[in-house]
Each structure stands twice: as C-alpha cells, then as structure tokens.
Design a binder for this molecule. Structure first.
Ligand code: ZN
Length: 67
C-alpha cells in the first residue's frame, strides 16, 4: 500500500455529507444527486462542478454548509 492510499481512502468508505444552502435551505443530498442539472446520484458535494449553483435559488457553492 502506498502513501496515497493511506491518505486518501477509496471513495465510499465514508458516508458523503449533505450540504444545505444558507440562502433557501435547499439540501443537496449526494445519494440523490441533482438529476435536473445532470448531476448523477452518488456525486459528492465536493465533486460538483464549480459552475453548479443551488437549483432552488441560484446561490453558488460558497453559500452551502455541511449538515
Ligand atoms: Zn438555495
């Protein structure tokens, strides 16, 4: 096992966190993704494209906090 595997375990070992929009309280659930915006189920919030915005109010990712 190399050091990268120790530092960065494979995806799926940790439950992915949900994130809540601070503006409108929309919750991004990684298990559900955001199919309306071409985000597949199982996509972690951290892996969302930078252009992704809240589907409810259009706030960008900086407006979200982990829940
Ligand atoms: Zn929002």
């Amino acid at each position: 096992m190399n050091q990268d595997e120790l530092l960065y375990p494979k995806k799926g070992m940790f439950a992915m966190k949900k994130y809540r929009c601070l503006v409108c309280s929309y919750v991004y659930d990684p298990a559900a993704g955001d199919p309306d915006n071409s985000i597949d189920p199982g996509t972690a919030f951290e892996d969302l494209p930078d252009i992704w915005v809240c589907p409810e109010c259009g706030a960008d990712k900086d407006e979200f906090e982990a829940v």
